[in-house]
Each structure stands twice: as C-alpha cells, then as structure tokens.
Design a protein. Sequence first.
Length: 152
Amino acid sequence: MPAAITGAEPGSLFELRTAGNVIPAFTPDSASSEMATIEFAVVQLGVSEIIVCGHSHCGAVNALHTDRRTLGHLPTMLRWLGTHAPFRSSAPGEPGLRAEGQEHVLTQLRTLDDYPFVRDRVAAGDLRTHGWFYDIESGEVSAFAADRFQPL
C-alpha cells in the first residue's frame, strides 16, 4: 500500500498498479492502459516523482524464474508477462525472491526511462524516477541508489 509506506494523505498519490509491476515497452504505434496512464501522469499532471515498487515473494517474479508452464491455468497472465517481461527459467535464489524482485524492479525502471516523455522530463530536471523494494517479512523498504538497494 503506497500511502502506508510513504505516509501520504489520501488522494495525494497517483497510483498505477499492474500485474507483476510490469511496465510495457513504449512503442509509438501502440497503446495500452498502462502507457496511457503513465503519459497522463507525466504530461498532463506533471508529476515530479515516479516510484516503481516491487516486493518480496512476488508471484509474477516467481513465474518469470520458473517454468512458464506453471502459469498454464492463467493464460492471460502468461501472455502479459511473456510480452512485457523476460522469462529467465532459472531456479530462484531464496524463497523471498529478493534479488530477483530487485532486478525486476530495475528492469521495469529502465523500461520506464525509455518512454520519450519520461526521458525528456528527466533530462530537463522536472522528473525523477526511483526503484523501491518492499520486504514483506521485515516491513523494510529499500531504495536503489549507488548501484544497490539501501534502506530508506
């Protein structure tokens, strides 16, 4: 819950939640509700901060690191992840998938930074993007800075 993590007042955050925190790659000739929402927030509302926040024990991250057949009963989710996030098919390192989840956040942040209107506002100094990671067991939130995730 972003408001609980940040202490924000109701209505002060503009939130976009996607399955697996996936941000689709920007393509000028296509549209998705996610791309439209990001465009609206950045261009129309002029948000000054965007945070991509992942969490430990993420089911989508687990699916991305295991056999994609585990999602056979969720064909729409399988297509969503298969279209917008790379399947790695490697054994996860530990049950909380912390390292995998943090790398997933960084992958999505890089995708966001490729949106031209995001890139332009970042270059102008009008927008900052951040990668955060929430550890469900400890309640700790860490932010990516200086090449690693560090507690806030």
